[in-house]
Design a binder for this molecule. Structure first.
Ligand code: GRG
Length: 304
């Protein structure tokens, strides 16, 4: 074991999760420009896209990984806010008419419906740049800030999230083999989930050990894929009101999904198996990884 088992002192998920979600909300409030700052429509849109919604899974993963290395919670708040800004930007751009043309996100009208298409593009651009500005200003060492910037930039890049989105666009109407479907999701959604975990670990006072790196790497692979498989399942089994977004769009748009490839039952079994794999990856970390353990369960058993 890499760590002593200290599960007795680990805060229960029932209080830890709302506490981290609340401090993420407060950090985002601080790190986003005020809504009355000129240009006001742009800043109001950036806040609309980011605040008051979402499961904050990426922020939770970042904090849970950071706890493993005794990271300063104030630095974790900055890293988690930056990740949530990149995530919000990706949703704003993904919802645009030129992409998915979605009208509903997190139970509310999408940014382009409320602010217009041109402003929605700028909202995404503004959020993306703000994420990196936040990290640059963190009260962390230069080495920590460079590691965080590098992790977030490559996760968002053409070799990460944006590249995955490009493959997704090109795949419409095609029957992708399972390996290519997996590669697309590893980039499109997996890269930012991976960055959330590794950024949390970079917030620690010393560089990550090889053992911790390997355990987190195995964990992120399984959780990233489980997230996508469950997303595909929810897309066909959940109504719009629960989901907070237009369901069934991927099928309508003729996009490849795990459900279309494997069927519903096999997709559910795959999600459970990936959850098992994620939990197994944490075994070397002992009781201190309890929150990562519980987040993997949450990803597999979430209902929205
Ligand atoms: C357009 C630059 C650009 C990138 C788009 C990640 C992505 C790439 C688009 C997101 C589209 C999408 C709905 C993908 C399915 C998986 C996903 C990321 C769902 C939304 O994430 P959640 O469920 O959202 O964590 P909340 O609202 O809880 O934060």
């Amino acid at each position: 074991q890499l760590w002593s088992s200290t599960s007795a002192s680990v805060e229960p998920l029932g209080t830890w999760m709302p506490r981290i979600m609340q401090r993420t909300e407060q950090a985002l409030e601080r790190y986003l420009p005020p809504g009355d700052m000129v240009p006001t429509t742009l800043h109001d849109g950036m806040r609309y896209a980011t605040l008051g919604g979402g499961k904050r899974l990426r922020a939770l993963l970042c904090h849970a990984a950071g706890e493993l290395v005794d990271a300063d919670p104030a630095i974790l708040d900055g890293a988690a806010s930056a990740i949530e800004m990149i995530h919000a930007y990706s949703l704003v751009h993904d919802d645009l008419p030129a992409m998915d043309n979605d009208l509903l996100r997190r139970g509310l009208p999408t940014v382009h419906v409320r602010y217009g298409e041109a402003m929605a593009i700028l909202v995404g651009d503004g959020l993306q740049a703000q994420a990196f500005a936040v990290i640059g200003d963190l009260p962390a060492t230069a080495a920590q800030r460079v590691a965080l910037l590098k992790e977030l930039a490559s996760a968002s890049s053409s070799l990460g999230m944006v590249g995955g989105q490009a493959i997704d666009l090109a795949s419409v109407g095609h029957v992708l083999p399972r390996e290519q479907l997996e590669q697309m999701h590893r980039l499109k959604t997996g890269a930012l989930l991976r960055a959330s975990i590794f950024m949390g670990a970079h917030c620690g006072p010393s560089p990550m050990s090889a053992e911790l790196h390997d355990a987190l790497d195995n964990y992120q692979r399984a959780v990233g894929l489980a997230f996508q498989v469950v997303d595909d399942i929810l897309d066909v089994t959940t109504d719009a009101a629960t989901l907070g977004k237009t369901p069934g769009k991927d099928a309508q748009d003729n996009k490849p999904t795990y459900v279309s490839l494997l069927g519903l039952d096999a997709s559910r079994a795959l999600a459970e198996e990936l959850g098992e794999r994620a939990r197994a990856a944490l075994t070397p970390l002992g009781g201190r990884a309890t929150h990562l353990h519980e987040l993997a369960d949450m990803v597999v058993h979430r209902i929205r």
